[in-house]
Design a protein around this ligand. Structure first.
Ligand code: NAP
Length: 255
């Protein structure tokens, strides 16, 4: 994809978790074309190798990969140390890992609910705490994390996932407050419905768009503008309206 509105500097260094995410891919491709270097982390080795080869072909200056189940938080300290030892500093840390969970089990099975919280919230908090310490020292850069519009109001269809993303969004607000004086941007990216493997089994995907359609918003957010970004833009007024629906009415809606 091309996005001429994004004023990319050449050769950025990125630390990317959930690097095989369908949403992350067009973002990384765009930066690869500007000779970015990548430290990529995901679980599935084959998919990760394919993404690394793709980014190299598109112009990435350097691509390092590490396979890790990010719910193993005891491994995070070594992971972040290794990444910074390899690249020195990072311009952007981009966290894109996440799961929706099995919708039929997650409301009835505490283990499934815990997996959703660990993947979407606990693992991100652990990584962000380590990354924040590094970015605070380097006094520059952007920490960008994909949360979700699902965190704006709990709904019966996905409140476990939504509560993890809500917690993550509030964590990012506090982190932004902490890192402001160090000159570090902390961006919460809130997509609506995006057509990716994560949503392919959902029966309803209102106003769904392709990942490449939201990549320009994500790329811009790395550099400037609001640090809480709804994408596509129309999800901001939609979620404002949904938050305002009075509870007695909301309980009767099939959302
Ligand atoms: N699609 C949507 O409609 C939508 C809307 C709002 C927010 N989001 C958020 O956007 C982000 C990206 O999702 P996506 O739609 O691009 O889905 P996706 O293509 O399924 O990507 C999910 C990514 O998360 C990684 N991941 C999951 N569990 C992991 C774990 N335990 N350890 C390490 N990596 C793990 C996956 O790696 P492996 O492939 O190696 O397992 C994959 O790279 C997620 O945070 C999601 O919650 C998505």
């Amino acid at each position: 994809m091309t996005d001429s509105s994004f004023p990319a500097e050449k050769g950025k260094r990125l630390f990317v978790c959930g690097a095989t995410s369908a949403i992350a891919l067009p973002v990384c491709r765009r930066l690869a074309a500007d000779s970015a270097s990548f430290f990529l982390v995901a679980r599935n080795a084959q998919r990760l190798d394919r993404v690394a080869a793709d980014l190299s072909t598109r112009g990435a200056a350097r691509v390092e990969t590490r396979c890790l189940d990010l719910t193993k938080t005891a491994r995070h300290s070594d992971l972040v140390s290794e990444a910074f030892a390899t690249f020195g500093e990072f311009d952007i840390a981009f966290l894109a890992h996440g799961i929706l969970g099995d919708p039929s089990r997650v409301v009835e099975d505490p283990k499934e609910a815990e997996k959703v919280l660990q993947t979407n919230f606990t693992s991100a908090v652990s990584l962000l705490t380590l990354l924040a310490n590094r970015f605070e020292k380097q006094r520059r850069g952007t920490i960008a994390v994909i949360t979700s519009v699902a965190g704006d109001r709990g709904r019966k269809s996905n409140y476990v996932y939504g509560s993890a993303k809500a917690g993550l969004t509030v964590f990012l607000q506090g982190l932004r407050h902490r890192l402001h004086s160090a000159g570090v941007r902390v961006v919460a990216i809130k997509p609506g419905f995006i057509l990716t493997p994560m949503t392919e089994n959902l029966a309803r995907k209102p106003l769904a768009v392709e990942p490449k359609q939201i990549a320009p918003d994500i790329l811009r957010s790395f550099e400037s503008g609001p640090e809480e970004v709804y994408t596509p833009w129309f999800w901001k007024p939609i979620m404002t309206a949904i938050r305002w629906i009075p509870e007695p009415l909301f309980k009767r809606l099939d959302l």
